[in-house]
Design a protein around this ligand. Structure first.
Ligand code: ADP
Length: 260
């Protein structure tokens, strides 16, 4: 009898068994609810750019929209947004299913930080946010897949930039402690209220719905970063002194010991 609870008789083995079956059923229901919510959120995310595309195409067919460069640019940007969302979904599902093929090797922390910072620098300059790459050259190497490490740093830098107004500052640092390298990306931007902090790594969680959408984030960046860091044997977490007071995202990865 699917969906019904087994009555719990107390104090006997059967009672214990039905107790644990009920706990399992409740956990399954919770997972199923999350899955349904996620599918509904993703449908919504895909429907928004699709509606814009269809609206423009109808306008073009009815000749009420000019077939101008500007129109093509809008169409392209919406298609691009959909592609990014689908790419991100695929990466996330691979990472969460443990299907990432990782090439773990030793890398100087500074190299990864420099590659990520250099790729983001033009966007920082364009917005007028200062980017300070301050990862020491003297740190021991980190054990990681270099491309994923660079991608996590780039995701965190992109967020820091997205949520920091012009005139702000973003700093990338790293330190060595207890056999781990801890990378941090600190910004002077929007900050995060404490009630939101535990949720920011959830898929499609957004503090302010409209703000991120304009900024072009897929809403999966932190979930992907979280999954990548975990797959490489580390942990990630967010800190903020509150709204308007900036945020710091840091993650740890194993440091290479002598001889590794
Ligand atoms: P998005 O594409 O919406 O940025 P993310 O998964 O990267 O998706 O981030 C999830 C949410 O966490 C964001 O929508 C935003 O509300 C919050 N967030 C992430 N990074 C920062 C930051 N550096 N400062 C303030 N809020 C942030």
């Amino acid at each position: 009898r699917y969906g019904e609870r087994v009555p719990v008789g107390e104090g006997d083995e059967l009672g214990d068994l039905s107790e644990s079956l009920n706990t399992m059923a409740a956990a399954l229901e919770e997972t199923e609810r999350h899955r349904q919510e996620f599918i509904s959120d993703i449908s919504h995310e895909l429907r928004t750019p699709l509606s814009t595309l269809q609206g423009y195409m109808e306008g073009l067919m009815d000749e009420v929209v000019e077939p101008s460069q500007e129109t093509w640019a809008v169409l392209y940007a919406e298609a691009e947004r959909m592609r990014r969302l689908v790419d991100d979904l695929q990466q996330l599902s691979r990472a969460e299913a443990g299907q990432l093929s990782l090439e773990i090797a030793t890398h100087p922390p500074h190299d990864a930080a420099r590659i990520a910072a250099e790729s983001m620098l033009p966007l920082f300059a364009e917005k007028g946010v200062e980017l300070d790459e301050a990862v020491g050259l003297d740190l021991p190497p980190v054990l990681a897949d270099r491309d994923r490490l660079v991608q996590v740093l780039t995701n965190l830098l992109a967020n820091a930039l997205r949520y920091t107004p012009a005139g702000g500052r973003v700093t990338v640092e790293a330190e060595h402690r207890d056999g781990e390298i801890r990378f941090s990306v600190r910004d002077t931007g929007a900050g995060i209220a404490s009630e939101h902090l535990p949720h920011v790594f959830e898929r499609l969680y957004r503090i302010e719905k409209s703000r991120s959408r304009e900024g072009g984030g897929s809403g999966l960046g932190l979930a992907i970063s979280h999954a990548f860091v975990r797959a490489m044997g580390g942990g990630i977490h967010a800190e903020s002194a509150g709204p308007g007071k900036g945020s710091t995202f840091s993650f740890t990865l194993p440091a290479a010991g002598p001889g590794s």
